[in-house]
Design a protein around this ligand. Structure first.
Ligand code: ADP
Ligand code: MG
Ligand code: ZN
Length: 434
């Protein structure tokens, strides 16, 4: 459509735009009229407003779509400004469509086609408007009142609605994909956390299993050591003493048979002395073993017994026993541990402390059991670089036994100030006093 041809437009009442002139033969005029009719019917079937404009932006021809859009009758719109054509009856100064059309018209003057889209409230549609210049005839001539431009107005509302719906759909799809991705990422992160948690739990389990194995191994070793020690002690002390006593008694029998009564007397006296010593030794060994009173009565009674035995064995050390707890006060799970710990601590006092006095206390309050053994001896040797002192297994076993039963060992005592050992066990809720 680049010529002022009958672009399917109703001919206006004003003079025709391109009249073939009266000199043409009839048949050619008829052909032109037919062609015009064809174009008109073609233009009228288009869904767009098609409008030819002259150099003053005024409508030269418009197709019938203008009527379908209720913008006036095809025969009445000729001569109207292109803005007035779309907004009949005048407009305010700041009409957007008006200024868009003005801009487009100016841009089109340079020979370019201009197209824009706008939502127009008066038309109540989204319209796409295309302005295309119409160049002159072959000689570039342009007569006044001739069409200079074509304006095509298309209703793109359904397109816009569809596009908006598509965009909304796209957005919601993207949002859903985003949400799903987020969910997936969260799930993966949770999974990773769970794996890490399980791995660390497994590690901890492995570690504690190893520790348990080590502990039970040490316990078995300690038991074995203890048995060897008892066997050795029985052999070395009691066995030898009994051999000596047997020899002395045989000698006394022989002296008696020979009638040497004066020699028999001191020998028997020495032998009685020896028997007394041996009894002491046996007592001391027995003290290291588990007394039946522990099973028959309980740990409080067993500690009383242990203190008595200790006092009789080590007469130079005064024993002060402060057993305020009763047998029933101490949970069964702690009985052996408390007894063994008291044994070891008293043994240490006898072996290392050079003490004059030792105090043994067993106390129980609402949710706690404590064993305390303190002496007034030489005190503990200074702590070495490894944070421990001495080489004995005694203290280490004591600590392990205490920890395995959920207790805690506190050892204190500077050199020359005696030694204070305290073992505490917090009781579980079902062991609490009612
Ligand atoms: N009551 C105490 N008084 C002074 N020193 C002690 C006392 N108890 C322990 N010790 C010191 O702590 C060391 C470690 O004790 P322990 O582990 O029982 O081993 P052991 O009794 O076999 O030597 C002892 O060798 C001793 O030097
Ligand atoms: Mg010891
Ligand atoms: Zn307007």
């Amino acid at each position: 459509m680049n010529a002022p041809m009958p672009v399917g437009c109703e001919k206006s009442a004003s003079p025709p735009a391109a009249s073939p002139g009266p000199t043409l033969p009839d048949d050619i005029q008829q052909a032109i009229a037919r062609a015009k009719q064809d174009w008109e019917s073609t233009a009228d079937t288009l869904p767009h407003i098609v409008c030819l404009l002259d150099e003053r932006r005024q409508a030269v021809r418009v197709n019938r779509v203008i009527e379908a859009w209720h913008l006036g009758r095809v025969n009445d719109v000729t001569g109207r400004d292109m803005h007035d054509l779309l907004h009949p009856g005048g407009c305010e100064q700041d009409c957007i469509l008006g200024s868009l059309l003005g801009d487009a018209w100016i841009r089109m003057q340079s020979g370019a086609s201009v197209e824009f889209e706008t939502l127009d409230s008066r038309l109540d549609r989204v319209v796409s408007i295309a302005l295309r210049p119409i160049t002159g005839d072959a000689g570039g001539r342009r007569a006044a009142g001739h069409a200079r431009a074509v304006m095509v107005v298309t209703d793109v509302t359904p397109l816009r609605v569809a596009r908006a719906a598509l965009e909304a759909l796209n957005e919601s799809l993207e949002a859903r994909v985003h949400a799903r991705t987020q969910e997936l990422e969260n799930a993966i992160r949770d999974l990773h956390n769970e794996i890490a948690r399980r791995e660390s739990a497994e590690d901890a389990l492995r570690l504690s299993r190893n520790e348990l194995e080590l502990l039970s191994q040490q316990l078995i070793q300690a038991q074995e050591r203890e048995r060897r020690r008892i066997a050795q002690e029985l052999h070395d002390s009691v066995g030898q003493s009994l051999s000596a006593i047997k020899y002395s008694l045989e000698r006394a029998v022989e002296l008696h048979r020979q009638g040497r009564h004066a020699d028999t007397q001191p020998l028997l006296t020495r032998t009685v002395e020896r028997v007394r010593d041996t009894l002491k030794e046996i007592r001391s060994i027995a003290m290291d073993l588990r007394p039946s009173v522990l099973d028959d009565l309980g740990v409080a009674s067993a500690l009383e017994w242990l203190c008595r035995e200790f006092a009789e064995t080590y007469t130079q050390i005064a024993v002060c026993s402060r057993i305020s707890a009763s047998d029933a006060d101490i949970p069964q799970r702690l009985v052996t541990t408390i007894f063994r710990c008291a044994q070891e601590l008293l043994n240490n006092v006898a072996k290392h402390a050079k003490a004059e006095q030792v105090t043994v206390a067993l106390v129980r309050d609402a949710n706690l059991v404590a064993l305390i053994v303190s002496d007034d001896g030489v005190g503990l040797p200074s702590v070495d670089s490894s944070g421990s002192f001495g080489l004995g297994h005694g203290i280490r076993n004591l600590r392990e036994r205490t920890q395995m039963t959920g207790g805690r060992l506190t050892l204190s005592g500077d050199q020359g100030c005696g030694t204070h050992a305290r073992l505490d066990w917090l009781l579980t809720s079902n062991e609490h006093d009612p």
